[in-house]
Design a protein. Structure first.
Length: 326
């Protein structure tokens, strides 16, 4: 049987090579399509590979033959997982593809804020040298860090922070305190209490109803004065208005953000004008190596499902495998 696979955007060559090895595929490559074009293209598709395209109930209603939705990367907040599960559609992510890249990026953002890399560079590039207000930079060694989310990325970041000789606490209800302690970190059970002790807070939790606006006005009020926030998770985990207030008031030293509540950044976003904020365009995973890993795994995930050998470790909804065996 010839399968039709629709890509929301062309993959890096490592991923396209996976599809090229299967010339019998009907492969359709779009270019960041609007919803109407996306729905029309997937109407007879057996598999889709999504970037920012939504796989919600209207999309699923259009895609009558769909068997698999593959996401580039590990996030899946653009996919209606319950709706896919109801239909028996596998939702696949590229686990293990970008944790190293994102973890390194989180450290880059942290160091850039702690050492004021961007605003000091801009001052020097503008003809200055020593800033008139002095260099308010801080060491990381000896400081306390809180890692929120202990998945593949959070685990790596915790290890990197420890290598910088920081005292690292971890909060993740999905992991037992014994496991966290065995890894050499302090388990944190109460978010606001842990925020009050941390000089650095770095977010690595998925976006869910429980984590939406996890960092709100009350959370920022609980944070230690002069602390740094890093977010390489998802933008809506942080309530932007509360973050802006905490930064403008001087309560926080700064923030390093790879994600925003609304993406792309709008021209009037006040975060864009604050000197104590470093922003990247949701690019933490986008190293050459990381993109090739994501592309290769994401493409292979589609073929594995269509060939009847889906890897449960890559599935968001592995319960559909049990249903299909009954």
């Amino acid at each position: 049987m010839a399968f039709k696979v629709v890509l929301g955007r062309r993959l890096p060559e490592a991923g396209m090579a996976v599809f090229a090895a299967r010339p019998e595929l009907d492969l359709v490559v779009l270019d960041n399509p609007p919803p109407a074009e996306w729905h029309a293209a997937i109407a007879d598709a057996h598999g889709t590979l999504c970037w920012l395209e939504k796989m919600d109930r209207p999309a699923l209603a259009a895609a009558k033959q769909l068997r698999v939705v593959s996401r580039i990367g590990v996030g899946y907040d653009t996919v209606d997982v319950p709706a896919c599960t109801e239909r028996g559609v596998a939702v696949m992510v590229a686990n293990g593809s970008n944790d190293l890249s994102v973890a390194e990026h989180a450290m880059m953002l942290l160091l850039a804020v702690a050492r004021r890399a961007v605003d000091i560079h801009n001052h020097v590039a503008g003809g200055g040298w020593w800033p008139p207000g002095g260099l308010r930079m801080v060491d990381l060694a000896g400081k306390r860090a809180l890692v929120v989310g202990y998945g593949r990325i959070g685990t790596r970041v915790a290890q990197y922070l420890k290598a910088f000789r920081m005292d690292v606490a971890v909060m993740d209800p999905g992991f037992s305190p014994h496991r966290i302690a065995a890894d050499g970190f302090r388990p944190a059970r109460d978010l606001h209490a842990a925020l009050g002790e941390a000089d650095v807070v770095t977010l690595h939790c998925p976006l869910s109803p429980a984590t939406h606006h996890l960092m709100n006005a009350a959370a920022f009020a609980a944070m230690k004065p002069g602390a740094i926030l890093v977010n390489t998770a998802r933008g809506p985990v942080v309530e932007q208005a509360a973050l802006v207030q905490a930064l403008q008031s001087g309560h926080l030293m700064g923030a390093g953000l790879d994600v925003l509540e609304v993406e792309p950044a709008t021209p009037g976003n006040p975060l864009l004008t604050l000197p104590n904020v470093v922003i990247s365009p949701h690019s933490a995973a986008s190293t050459e190596e990381g993109m090739n890993r994501m592309a290769r795994i994401s493409a292979q995930n589609i073929l594995d499902v269509l060939d009847g050998r889906a890897d449960p470790s890559m599935m968001v909804n592995p319960e559909i495998l049990q249903s299909s065996r009954r």
